[in-house]
Design a protein around this ligand. Structure first.
Ligand code: ADP
Ligand code: GLC
Length: 491
């Protein structure tokens, strides 16, 4: 058995310091599982203002030049709160010390210097893989996550001093970090790399393409999405490069952080429960109905949905599904934010159905737990879904998922049938077409079982609550990817 490699995660977000989506949940949970399996895993994150305020970091060495012409940077050394994972923040006030989100300003507009902000991150990541590394630590494997870290592998490739192997994980191929070619000089990317067999993408310099092209190994967050992104339909223009690198790509379904998401211990719930005693779930349902302005009623089926309001997630299918299900007398508890038009449209929908559609626009971690615990059904009608986490959380909370059969949703939900319920595998309801009517039909089947066949319903809940979505197996799969990357590096 080869020795366990030292691994640096280079990443733009990590719970609890900064989170816009599932990436932030995955990073610390995967790192912890790898550490439990004996790896030395450390994180490198940008020192955004809010993150530095929450991170008790110590200056690690002096400011240094990362790329000529760019502001100098420093490392702050500390540990990820709540996880105790060794973490460096990349401190560079001109690039990261500002209000707003990690990628956008308070109005949701991309920062216009994002190419610099994430090139700096990528270059410093690569520096950890050269010579003695940085702050006395050298990585054997540089593991970049999503486009923000795509240049890690490119800078590592361009610099012969970098000996570390590179792994790049696609969490969402829809976000690519494509910038005008004029940034190439500023980022010190060699002209020879700006070509189709490199990081050029339809005339742009693409951070995502850099990750796909230059990394020793690639992963994405479910086996089905790994196959889908090699097709034109799901490839977001990258299917060609992904097919060319197909042999290097592995799909590994995300896990669930069992410390944050466990109904038996969840401190964010008004009551806790487990498969042996579900009384607490009924309390959570009443709380949910109150919090969302829904008429109290233990027997009324409540459908929950939580997520970013973007075209990806299928929120626009809800109006038609709501109308089709109106006769069923169901309630909806909806939590999300994002696209202003979607927010407004859902606001109008909720206003037309007072007492049966409750909508919270915003980001609310605690409320998301109440929705996932208190609802009877949880829907994820995504057009595409690399992995998805909430359909796994909901199963563990005895809340049956109703999902579109795509990406990680297809890999983590098994259609309920009499046979699958009986053999313990059936956990939810799937539909094929991205349409309001297909979503409604699946929800109707679920509501019918909930109302008319409580025995099957209870078995379905129990099946979901028994699922092993832990990080142990996925972490072992990542460990094999690191070994493969190292073998490629060392020939
Ligand atoms: P994605 O990364 O595409 O957004 P995932 O399902 O992987 O989708 O992860 C989304 C994560 O963000 C989950 O932990 C989910 O609970 C959380 N989340 C999304 N929107 C909200 C919100 N409005 N309030 C609270 N949590 C949210
Ligand atoms: C992305 C995907 C989501 C996945 C998450 C973490 O944001 O949209 O499906 O679960 O990354 O990997």
């Amino acid at each position: 058995m080869p020795p366990k490699p030292r691994i640096l995660f280079v990443v733009a977000e990590a719970w609890p310091l900064v989170k816009t989506g599932g990436l932030a949940d995955v990073v610390p949970a995967l790192a912890r599982a790898l550490i439990e399996q004996g790896h030395d895993v450390r994180l490198l994150l940008p020192g955004y203002r809010a993150v530095e305020e929450a991170f008790a970091g110590k200056a690690a060495g002096r400011a240094f030049e990362v790329l000529p012409g760019l502001p100098h940077a420093r490392l702050l050394r500390g540990r990820l709160p709540g996880y105790d994972i060794p973490t460096w923040l990349l401190h560079c006030a001109p690039l990261y010390d500002r209000p707003g989100g990690p990628y956008t300003d308070a109005q949701g507009r991309d920062w216009d210097d994002n190419s610099l902000r994430f090139a700096l991150l990528g270059k410093v990541g690569a520096m950890f893989g050269a010579g003695a590394g940085l702050d006395g630590w050298r990585a054997d494997v540089l593991h970049g996550h999503d486009w923000h870290a795509g240049l890690v592998s490119a800078y590592a490739h361009f610099d012969p001093a970098v000996t570390a192997a590179t792994v790049f994980t696609i969490h969402n191929l829809a976000y690519q970090g494509n910038f005008p070619p004029t940034v190439r000089d500023t980022l010190h990317i060699p002209a020879s790399a700006f070509q189709p067999d490199g990081l050029e993408f339809y005339g742009h310099l693409s951070f995502m393409k850099a990750g796909l092209w230059y990394s020793d190994r690639l992963t994405t967050v479910s086996p089905t999405y790994a196959r889908q992104i090699c097709t034109e339909e799901y490839g977001h223009g990258m299917s060609g490069v992904l097919s060319a690198r197909g042999g290097a790509l592995t799909g590994i379904l995300n896990g669930v952080d069992g410390e944050a998401w466990n109904p038996a211990t969840d401190a964010l719930l008004p009551a806790r429960y487990d498969a042996g005693d579900m009384a607490g779930k009924a309390r959570c349902k009443l709380e949910l109905q109150d919090r969302f302005g829904l008429a109290r009623g233990p027997e009324v089926p409540v459908i929950g949905m939580v997520g970013r309001m973007t075209a990806q997630k299928g929120w626009d299918l809800l109006p038609e599904a709501v109308e089709r299900l109106a006769a069923e007398k169901v309630q909806w508890a909806l939590l999300g934010s994002g696209d202003a038009e979607l927010e407004a449209g859902l606001g109008r929908l909720a206003a037309r159905h007072p007492g049966s559609i409750g909508l919270h626009v915003g980001y609310d971690e605690a409320l998301s737990h109440v929705v996932i615990a208190g609802a009877d059904l949880f829907t994820v009608p995504s057009r595409f879904e690399p992995s998805g986490l909430t359909q796994m959380y909901s199963q563990l909370y005895g809340t049956a998922p109703v999902v579109r059969r795509t990406g990680g949703l297809a890999d983590s939900v098994v259609q309920a049938t009499p046979a699958s319920i009986a053999d313990g595998s059936g956990t939810g309801f799937l539909f094929e077409e991205a349409s309001g009517s297909a979503l409604a039909a699946a929800l109707e089947a679920a509501v019918q079982m909930y109302r008319e066949d409580r025995k099957s319903w209870a078995a379905l809940q129990a099946n979901g609550m028994r699922q092993d979505f832990g990080w142990r197996r996925p972490a072992a799969a990542y460990a094999r990817v690191y070994q493969a990357a190292l073998r490629r590096r060392t020939g």
